[in-house]
Design a protein around this ligand. Sequence first.
Ligand SMILES: Nc1ncnc2c1ncn2[C@@H]1O[C@H](COP(=O)(O)OP(=O)(O)OP(=O)(O)O)[C@@H](O)[C@H]1O
Ligand SMILES: [Mg+2]
Length: 205
Amino acid sequence: MTIVVTGTDTDVGKTAFATALTIALDAFYWKPVQAGLEAGGDAAAAIAHGVPPDRVLPEAYRLATPCSPHRAAEIDGVAIDPARLTPPAVPGPLVVEGAGGALVPVTRDLLYADLFARWGHPVVVVARTELGTINHSLLTIEALRARGVPVLGIAFNGHPQEDSEATIAAMGRVRRLGRLPRLPVLNRATLAAAFADAFDARDFA
Ligand SMILES: Nc1ncnc2c1ncn2[C@@H]1O[C@H](COP(=O)(O)OP(=O)(O)OP(=O)(O)O)[C@@H](O)[C@H]1O
Ligand SMILES: [Mg+2]
């Protein structure tokens, strides 16, 4: 079983949610393309969040510049081969994290959403709860569906905004899977507890 995690933007909490899900499902975590290596990247963050290192797969591409993968690859003189980004079979569930949002280019003629459509795996959209999220969330869901991507649901991240969350679920006709609250620290214990409290692992089975 493979679950893809995308988001409404960069920095919305995809890695926080994806690692909580990885821990909850005792899954493997994979970030196929890492653009920007200064902070160690999302694989390092996953390990810092408590995913066992042997459950974090190595990236297919590690690119130096923190920008869209299509451009980061050009700067590094690398040609991204989309075939290398296909989620591999692993002995257990796999959680795959995109980069930025759904319409971020992987190459100059391929968007993440196009890749997700090819893969056909269920996709979770991570969204902020702050002002602006209704627009970004509905746009993201519409763009995914327009490409035939199976949308499993939306996972919120941040302080509760009951009306925004309910409005997105209703108007986007999308399942609200839960909301990860702001956590003082992100580690295996806090993420596992927050996930168990706010999500139902069976929604991801
Ligand atoms: N629920 C939360 N509680 C506290 N801090 C959080 C939470 N969610 C995210 N953060 C922090 O916010 C920042 C951005 O989160 P995260 O790295 O998960 O975003 P992202 O969508 O994966 O970004 P990218 O597009 O770079 O992959 C990180 O510093 C992370 O530790
Ligand atoms: Mg991330």
